[in-house]
Write a protein that binds this ligand. Structure first.
Ligand SMILES: NC(=O)c1ccc[n+]([C@@H]2O[C@H](COP(=O)([O-])OP(=O)(O)OC[C@H]3O[C@@H](n4cnc5c(N)ncnc54)[C@H](OP(=O)(O)O)[C@@H]3O)[C@@H](O)[C@H]2O)c1
Length: 301
């Protein structure tokens, strides 16, 4: 159908990704359910089609540049538009070992594990977002939701799980960067903390349906909705608020853009803080360079 809205969800075969596909399908979206195992993807898509939704599976491993490029090409050439991108897929490999509250300590973290988490949770989503958000920018409309975690919130930064935390900080930075570059357009880019959701741990506090509620809300924001924000339970979280003692003492950060001060905090200082942590030149990382190359080559085909 020509007016059909199209949503892409990564890690759509299980957990919150699957539920997000289900809910977008129920809202009338044509859903591209991305999955690294094609058989699992087809099984999940067929389940949702049986429920009456329009869902197709697409092979996507976020550590494989050529698969990211293939999805971007498919979106441009076949779908021709994308209304929603949900960066949901992610890994968490930092339980056990010498721990801080059951999480691998920063002192014991193995670099190859940290690198693997960054590739899946940050570099891959950034490469995919580059391609899909560029299409949204060209079409003048789009909603991007990146599922991250309060573990990537500077104000709530605890010890342990350094790979996951760094990737989540990076995704939150990515959200702000794209949102700033798209300011004034109808492409809205936000991050979400789903809370602790029962996808793995039976002790978690939220059902999967509760976990995706804010994601689906952000995916269907009306024109003029928020962008460049981090949400939990449909409420904005501050990226990097000052400690309470500073706030109580009346201290306010310097702000280059006073008109952007919200809730006593400065968007500009938020950005600077996120930017500092994301200041590494990711274009030097092999995957991203390869991905951009694949996209550039494929576009010339
Ligand atoms: N559950 C929570 O309490 C919680 C809290 C905060 C944030 N989050 C974040 O929310 C998101 C969804 O969580 P969840 O609990 O629903 O996760 P999940 O059940 O573990 O599912 C993760 C999904 O990501 C996919 N994936 C893993 N590596 C991938 C790769 N290299 N390329 C493409 N897809 C890949 C998995 O595919 P396979 O099936 O092939 O493994 C799976 O579909 C994750 O990003 C997670 O970090 C979760």
């Amino acid at each position: 159908m020509a007016n059909e809205k199209i949503g892409i969800v990564t890690g759509g075969n299980r957990g919150m990704g699957f539920e997000t596909c289900r809910q977008l399908g129920r809202l009338g979206f044509r859903v591209v359910l991305c999955c690294r195992d094609p058989r699992a993807g087809e099984h999940a898509a067929a389940t949702l089609r049986d429920e009456g939704s329009s869902v197709e599976a697409f092979r996507l491993d976020l550590t494989r540049a050529e698969e990211i490029a293939a999805l971007v090409m498919y979106a441009r050439r076949n779908l021709r538009r994308v209304d929603v991108l949900v960066n949901n897929a992610g890994i968490y490999l930092e339980l056990g070992g010498t721990t801080v509250k059951d999480r691998i300590s920063a002192f014991d973290a193995r670099l190859e594990v940290v690198r693997a988490i960054l590739e899946t949770n940050l570099i891959g989503p950034f490469a995919l977002s580059q391609g899909i958000i560029a299409l949204m920018r060209d079409q003048g409309h789009g909603r991007v939701v990146s599922v991250t975690s309060a573990m990537g919130q500077l104000s709530d930064m605890g010890g342990g799980a350094p790979g996951f935390r760094l990737a989540a900080v990076g995704i939150n930075g990515m959200t702000k960067i794209f949102a700033e570059e798209l300011r004034g357009t109808d492409v809205l880019v936000n991050s979400v903390d789903p809370g602790w959701v029962r996808t793995h741990s039976p002790n978690a506090t939220r059902s999967i349906e509760e976990g995706v509620a804010t994601t689906v809300w952000l995916a269907t924001l009306p024109e003029g909705g928020p962008s460049g924000q981090f949400f939990r339970d449909k409420q904005p979280l501050s990226w990097c608020p000052l400690p309470g003692s500073f706030v109580r003492s009346g201290f306010r950060p310097q702000c280059r853009f006073p008109h952007r001060v919200r809730n006593g905090f400065s968007a500009a200082s938020d950005q600077r803080n996120a930017g500092r942590l994301c200041s590494r030149n990711w274009a030097d990382v092999g995957l991203l360079r390869k991905s951009s190359l694949y996209i550039a080559v494929a576009e010339k085909m």
